[in-house]
Write a protein that binds this ligand. Structure first.
Ligand SMILES: [Zn+2]
Length: 66
């Protein structure tokens, strides 16, 4: 069992491309959903974006599961 906190500020998460747990940089982004044109103010959803530090692949997770 090796330490999981070797990389500063990194989250160990599963990367589908790497096929294993890798260090990720995590940020929060607001994305606009273009399909609801009339409610643009309500269509901006916060997404948690994790970027794999090994392959650069990004995973977006919608935080609002309403
Ligand atoms: Zn990866």
């Amino acid at each position: 069992m090796s330490g999981r906190t070797d990389a500063k500020g990194a989250f160990q998460e599963r990367c589908e491309r790497c096929g294993r747990d890798t260090p990720h940089s995590v940020s929060i982004e607001l994305k606009t959903e273009s399909k609801k044109r009339e409610n643009a103010a309500y269509s901006r959803e916060p997404y948690r974006v994790a970027t794999c530090r090994l392959c650069g692949d990004t995973t977006s997770l919608r935080m609002n599961n309403a």
